[in-house]
Write a protein that binds this ligand. Structure first.
Ligand SMILES: [Zn+2]
Ligand SMILES: [Zn+2]
Length: 373
């Protein structure tokens, strides 16, 4: 709560979802942890402390990447190697304290946490809004305490502003999934009127891709399984839906829908190997396979005959999480009412249940934790 001076009373401790027993049998527990001070964060990039803001989060989305980090099933160092216990990178809240050098924010400003935490801002990638690929790019929720902790530090120069008209529960999932698929759509170079196909259209990333592609004027085809996913996809702007539980040759059906020639772009948000195997068959000449979803390590993407790639002038393009600019653009679509993540809210005490539910694969859309309930 803000007091009469507009300052926030900052407690000494706050609640945080922390990982116990990191690895295949991990669990999340909610406990009290110290509230960090601007000055606590050590970084080789920004001098620690004076350049950080302290954000009090109202909401955090739960992302499958968090589960990867807690399971420690990716070929990267584990959270504990960085002294981090709280994952999370989809936070939204308000700035409650400024480091002494910070001039571009004020206490009370709304701000968010996205996966990319900082970068060097002194290289070609950083200068061209590709800072997520910078050699010195860092990730929150892995290398720094993440948004499962209510009070988190963020470098002032790379903190995301949340526009009016986008509430914290909407902003959270856009920080990761929304900006990620925005980035992929932008890099695809697809134009209004082009066919955009989304394998995994009813999932956490896919359902936002459908809305953004529709808003950008593309003709959208959803590929997913079941009546509920179909109803959701058609409501969100798909012109056609292909149900892989009913249609035998999904790629042939997609080609048929897309003028009998195939899609201009296939955005693979699904995380299974078969979605990647089918995507090149769905495109037309000079079509693009956009790689977004991460199947288990060991999946081959160029498993098709090279003749297919040569004969179709096929483009295969991978994109990472969104940049600061991508995230800003995705938030603007939300502010205009054109992007509405589908989410279910969990109270803080049930954060461990939310994580377990996502891990079991039973989530349509996104789960968002409310720190104030
Ligand atoms: Zn994520
Ligand atoms: Zn850089």
């Amino acid at each position: 709560m803000a007091n009469s001076n507009g300052d926030f009373e900052i407690p000494k401790t706050c609640k945080a979802g922390v990982v116990m027993n990191e690895g295949p049998d991990f669990k999340v527990v909610v406990e009290d942890v110290p509230v960090p001070e601007p000055g606590d964060r050590f970084s080789l990039l920004t001098p620690p402390g004076p350049n950080d803001v302290l954000i009090k989060l109202n909401a955090t989305g739960i992302c499958y990447s968090d589960i990867h980090y807690m399971l420690n099933d990716l070929p990267i160092p584990k959270m504990s190697a960085f002294g981090v216990r709280s994952p999370g990178h989809e936070g939204a809240g308000v700035i409650v304290k400024l480091g002494s050098n910070v001039k571009n924010w004020k206490v009370g400003d709304r701000a968010g946490i996205k996966p990319a935490y900082d970068a060097c801002f002194n290289c070609e990638l950083c200068w061209s809004a590709k800072e997520t690929y910078c050699d010195e790019s860092t990730q929150i929720g892995l290398q720094f305490p993440g948004s499962y902790q209510q009070y988190v530090l963020s470098p002032a120069r790379y903190t995301q502003s949340i526009p009016d008209g986008v509430d914290d529960f909407t902003a959270g999932p856009i920080m990761c999934s929304g900006s990620t698929i925005y980035c992929s759509l932008k890099e695809s170079g697809l134009k209004p009127g082009d066919w955009a196909v989304f394998p995994g259209a009813g999932g956490g990333v896919g359902h936002m891709g459908v809305q953004l592609a529709k808003a950008m004027g593309m003709r959208v085809v959803g590929v997913d399984g079941g009546f509920e996913k179909k109803a959701l996809c058609m409501k969100l702007g798909c012109e056609a839906f292909v149900d892989f539980t009913k249609v035998e040759d999904v790629a042939a059906e997609v080609v048929k829908i897309c003028d009998g020639k195939g899609a201009h772009g296939v955005f693979v948000t699904a995380t299974n190997a078969s979605a990647y195997a089918a995507a090149p068959m769905m495109t037309r000449i000079s079509g693009k396979v956009m790689c977004v979803g991460l199947p288990p390590t060991g999946t081959a993407i160029a498993g098709a005959d090279p003749l297919l790639f040569v004969g179709k002038n096929l483009h295969v393009i991978g994109t990472k999480v969104g940049s600061l600019l991508d995230t800003q653009k995705a938030l603007e679509f939300a502010a205009r009412g054109l992007l509405k993540p589908i989410y279910e809210v969990y109270p803080l005490a049930k954060m461990p249940e939310a994580v377990a539910k996502l891990q079991s694969g039973q989530v349509a859309g996104r789960l968002v934790v409310d720190f104030n309930s």
